[in-house]
Design a protein. Sequence first.
Length: 419
Amino acid sequence: MSGIVQNNIFGSSGGVVEAAGGLSWQSVVTASTVTVSAAKGYFINTTSNACTITLPSSAEAGDQIILVDYARTWGTNAITIDSNGLKFQGEDDSYIVDYDTAGQAVNLIYSGSTVGWTPASDMVSAFNHTAPPTQRGIFAQGYAGGANRLSMSNLVNSSGVIAADVTGVGTVRMNAGATSYGGDKAIFAFGDSGSATNISNLVNNSGVMQSDTTGVGTARQPKAAEYGGDKAVFYGGTGGISNKVSSSGVVATDTSGVGTARSYLAGVRYGGDKAIFAYGGGNGAELNVKNLVSNTGVVSADATGVGTARYGLSAAAYGGDKGAFAYGTNGGSYVSLKNLVGNNGVIAADVSGVGTARNNLAACSYGGDKAVFAYGGNNTPGAYNLKNLMSNSGVIAADVSGVGTAREALCAAGYSTSA
């Protein structure tokens, strides 16, 4: 009520709310008619019907009445004010006075017989709330030991629950890249199907993976991230090659020569419309380089010195505009550390000891502002089917086990904006 009631420190008594300035608030009005009194406020709920409001038949200068759209329904069922023989803004009561805007509130002051009732304020309260985000995710493909590459997928609901396996989706492969695109869809592309491949599979906003599309760019094992709000880019795997993905899921031809050649890196969006790729392996050594991606999809030159050098890690966005890198291998040892990425693309120092140390896992966002890291492997016992949820403040939770087929070298992406 700020800006409408000058003294809005309320107490309550018997369903009537008393204001410090002498104004009392009445129980919510749902009837089609109501007669109001000076020095009172009224919440008018027109969800079921319009309402005619009759003002007092006599008034004194300074009398005040406040009317508020209780359910933001005046735009559908308006209120009509009957000034009951007194003037309203200088006009007699033969004029029809309607208020028909959702979220409106009217502060009426009686100014005297010449002008009568005057709206001292007639404002609309903005309704900036949005429904809780309901983004979902999908894990797919991977490796379960031996020659056992997989085409299965597992959907993630908007609460972070991973569903049972769905099999038979596209060419079996591992170490592909995956990312969201178009705001509510996903793409899986490239990878190893026995040899490097450049096939891609789109995922619609219902989580259904489509059949293979072939022949897109250099066959390799890159990673991917969103940029520009509705586009994406694959990067790495061989040389500094990148491939942009349009908002309709079309993979572009190679852009070459950007940054250090490396594989087993990770990528994630940050700042709402940009991306970052970091870490990875190249020439037999772990790296801690990073490459920022602009909101037009341009991959920048290397920047060095970002946390512990490692490869086989994963990354996901959280908090709406930030990201996190986590897990991986360093010097032959599996690690459980994480590095948060601010909305300015700055990678923070290592945080260690989060969940089971492993590599070749995957991660994606869910619920609009949270993330899940899942699957992966290490020497003992091999592949895992556990998951670790990440809160919207970047905190990774303890392990949860038993989610689908244990595997590693898979990939994941967010999709959908509905529950």
